[in-house]
Design a protein around this ligand. Structure first.
Ligand code: HEM
Ligand code: FES
Length: 438
């Protein structure tokens, strides 16, 4: 119930409030979107805080959106270990940059009496929320390795399920609390955007960069004396924005350049014919994978049964991978009674695909963070990071004439008693509709 509210209700409420209130404010309160400027009151710390914060967070958020928009391409990139290490290290470096910037901005707000005069409670709430969000993101990245890889099977399909109005919270309910907090933090930030200075992300004052400079004329003698040097020392907001934009652009390019394949494409030596051929064959195999995936999807839409294997081809020591109706990976084994044993291969920790080799204790390993699962109970070892069992999957056994001779539901109910002297005459299927009480 709570999960449904936090991962379905909250995002939709936040989005609706954000869109409606932002629209209202942009239309009816055109001059009330900017925060009270503090640049006049203090400029040095602002520069050292705002610049690294915006550079760091802009690139990280771009990466978040990239993974969401192109999960397949991202997965193909991070399948290469070197690229994965580069991306993860860049993520940590950029989030440290953002964290330092944010800390400076926060200290500046709290310690300077002049800034306090133009600081609202909402300013502080937003700064603290952003701080929490960055810390949770970094903690997730540090404690649950290779988030940029496992997020493709968990957070990404969850966010897409929201976008397509078919919310699927199962993708995130088993995630560790840190990651759940990170996602909830994002929805809270979305909710508060229109009520806070964050609304400026929708009113990015780009025209500001090109308008003619403004001159501030002070009327009192104290300011007139130092006016020139002050004007030089205090870079105008316009220059600040220009520099920030330039550096953000440069950082983005650097980030993209980190993908060494891309770098080689532009700057590396020309490829030999052999190398071109090998790249083409790699591309072809990726395209074939996509075709295969589409074939699977079509097969699942058209048929009420999916063929898994001949019963005689299943083994008790090594599972056979297949894709179930939910398009998630699963494994088929031969059980002790010579009947099939089917279970999900999607690790209940963070969604990696578990290995297919059964060890001497009857367990299979998820290599991502070392969780061992018993294939009969589905249960993980008590000290494994995964806590929930791998769910079993129901099956149907058919003879050569296509007649159903036995079946087992996901909750373990078996029907039928086939003669198992010759396993090769039976085929194993999963059924689209299998009643739990069959
Ligand atoms: C629903 C929205 C979001 C999702 C699903 C999400 C997901 C993730 C994931 C899976 C990671 C771990 C990446 C890794 O291990 O390298 C991460 C890291 C991070 N996230 Fe988010 N995030 C969301 C929103 C946000 C927002 C709104 C912010 C900031 C305002 C943010 C800032 C960060 C930061 C700073 C990191 C650390 C990056 C690193 O060290 O690699 N995230 N996020
Ligand atoms: S995904 Fe972490 S142990 Fe499997």
């Amino acid at each position: 119930m709570l999960d449904s509210f936090l991962f379905v209700g909250l995002p939709y409420i936040s989005l609706a409030v954000c869109v409606l209130v932002t629209f209202y404010r942009l239309r009816h309160q055109r001059f009330a979107q900017s925060a009270l400027s503090s640049q006049f009151l203090e400029n040095k710390q602002l520069l050292w805080g705002s610049m690294p914060w915006h550079i760091g967070i802009a690139v990280i958020l771009l990466a978040h959106f990239f993974i969401l928009a192109f999960p397949g391409l991202w997965q193909a990139l991070v399948a290469n270990k070197t690229v994965l290490y580069i991306f993860e290290s860049a993520g940590i470096a950029l989030s440290m940059l953002a964290l330092v910037g944010l800390a400076v901005l926060l200290v500046r707000r709290i310690t300077s009496a002049r800034i306090q005069a133009v600081t609202t409670t909402m300013d502080l709430v937003i700064l603290l929320l952003l701080l929490g969000q960055v810390v949770l993101g970094m903690a997730t990245a540090g404690l649950y390795r290779w988030g940029s890889a496992w997020a493709v099977n968990t957070a990404v399909p969850y966010v897409w399920s929201l976008i397509l109005f078919k919310p699927e919270i199962a993708y995130v309910t088993d995630l560790p609390p840190l990651m759940k907090g990170h996602i909830i933090g994002a929805w809270l930030l979305l909710l508060l955007i229109p009520f806070s200075r964050l609304i400026h992300v929708f009113a990015l004052p780009l025209q500001y960069l090109f308008r003619p400079p403004q001159k501030v004329v002070w009327m009192d003698s104290r300011h007139q004396e130092g006016e020139l040097s002050l004007a030089e020392a205090q870079e105008s907001r316009r220059y600040f924005l220009r520099a920030a934009l330039g550096i953000v652009g440069g950082a983005c390019l650097l980030f993209v350049g980190a993908a060494d394949k891309l770098f080689r494409f532009f700057f590396g030596p020309r490829l030999s014919q052999k190398e071109e051929a090998s790249i083409m064959s790699e591309r072809l195999s990726l395209m074939q994978k996509t075709v295969e995936q589409k074939k699977y999807e079509l097969e699942r839409q058209q048929n009420d049964y999916i063929f898994i294997s001949k019963l005689s081809d299943l083994s008790a020591q090594k599972g056979k991978y297949f894709i179930d109706y939910a398009m998630t990976p699963a494994l088929a084994f031969l059980d002790k009674d010579n009947l099939p044993l089917l279970l999900s291969a999607k690790c209940t920790h963070l969604g990696c695909t578990v290995g297919s080799n059964v060890d001497a204790d009857g367990k299979i390993l998820c290599p991502c963070h070392i969780s061992y699962f018993d294939i009969h109970s589905g249960m993980p070892n008590p000290d494994s990071p995964a806590k929930a069992p791998l769910p079993h999957i129901g099956w149907v056994l058919m003879d050569q004439s296509g007649k159903m001779v036995a079946s087992k539901t996901a909750n373990g109910k078996v029907t039928g008693n086939p003669d198992l002297t010759d396993l090769s005459q039976y085929s194993v299927f999963v059924a689209r509709y299998q009643k739990e009480d069959a």
